[in-house]
Ligand binder design. Structure first.
Ligand code: ZN
Length: 287
């Protein structure tokens, strides 16, 4: 298992972690200044700053990307909606390529309009079929561009509105169906927050192997958790066995960055420097 103490080159900051405090350009600047090795930006932040400008700043700062967040949300109620989702995913693939990201992270989506609180139907089987087809079509395009796709299974509590792929096993089943040759074009973004509870986790991480493990996200699960989306914990403040899971991931061959991704009203209300100082300290001790 790799020793992270004193080595910030393997640390990546998902920019959602500081989205309420800093604009993207300031996140890039402060991460580079601290010697942090990687960054994973979100599309809305990149769009606000300008794609070309962000690409230039990342290059100048010598920060590598560890992913681009995010594509997905494939299900829709009609053909036009399905087409629009595919077009948007192709744009996301192109943006990821322009930024030099190693993969585009996919959050599958689930029941159409559920995110707005008004699901247009209850047929999760249909949503899953549309997700399968959407990933297949996007993979075809992404292969041509040379941009790997990383499916991120989400915790089942988000199964209605954000993702109908809720286990690593399900994500890997889709990978095996669409990329049986394990070419590196399709894999998973493994986020401890979403998978820590899974009794099949150990076996499925081994099954994934280096070819499928395209990104590794950390934070912690707080007890109690007060919000389904924005109450993630800082590493070490919750109950996830972080070192144990990282050992499994590295034993399976993962040699990439450790990406800190914390959606938290509590941490968003603190100064950016305090959040980053804490991330750095915890990354070196409890992750
Ligand atoms: Zn994640």
């Amino acid at each position: 298992m790799r020793d992270l103490a004193g080595d910030l080159s393997l640390l990546s900051i998902n920019t959602a972690t500081l989205r309420k405090q800093l604009a993207l350009s300031a996140v890039i600047e402060t991460c580079a200044r601290r010697g942090i090795g990687g960054l994973s930006p979100w599309r809305d932040q990149v769009q606000a700053a300008g794609l070309a400008q962000v690409a230039r700043q990342l290059k100048d700062a010598r920060l590598v990307l560890t992913g681009y967040c995010r594509g997905g949300f494939f299900p829709a109620t009609d053909a036009a909606g399905l087409r629009a989702a595919l077009e948007d995913n192709r744009r996301a693939v192109d943006e990821a390529k322009a930024l030099g990201a190693p993969c585009l992270v996919l959050v599958a989506g689930s029941l159409p309009d559920a995110l707005a609180g008004k699901p247009s139907h209850k047929d999760i089987g249909l949503a899953r079929a549309q997700v399968h087809d959407g990933i297949a079509a996007t993979l075809q395009y992404a292969r041509g561009v040379g941009m790997p796709l990383a499916i991120e299974p989400l915790h089942p509590m988000q199964g209605a509105d954000r993702a109908c792929i809720n286990t690593l096993e399900h994500a890997l089943d889709i990978c095996d169906a669409l990329d049986p040759g394990r070419t590196g074009a399709l894999g998973v973004a493994l986020d401890v927050y979403h998978v820590w509870w899974d009794p099949k986790l150990t076996g499925q991480i081994a099954r994934a192997g280096a070819e499928r493990l395209l990104a590794y996200h950390v934070c912690d699960w707080l007890v109690p958790t007060r919000d389904l989306l924005n109450d993630r914990g800082m590493m070490g403040d919750g109950i996830i066995e972080l070192k144990k899971i990282r050992a499994l991931v590295e034993a399976a061959g993962y040699a990439g960055h450790v990406e800190v991704e914390i959606f938290s009203d509590a941490w968003w209300s603190r100064p950016a420097d305090e959040v980053l100082d804490t991330c750095l300290a915890r990354y070196q001790t409890v992750v």
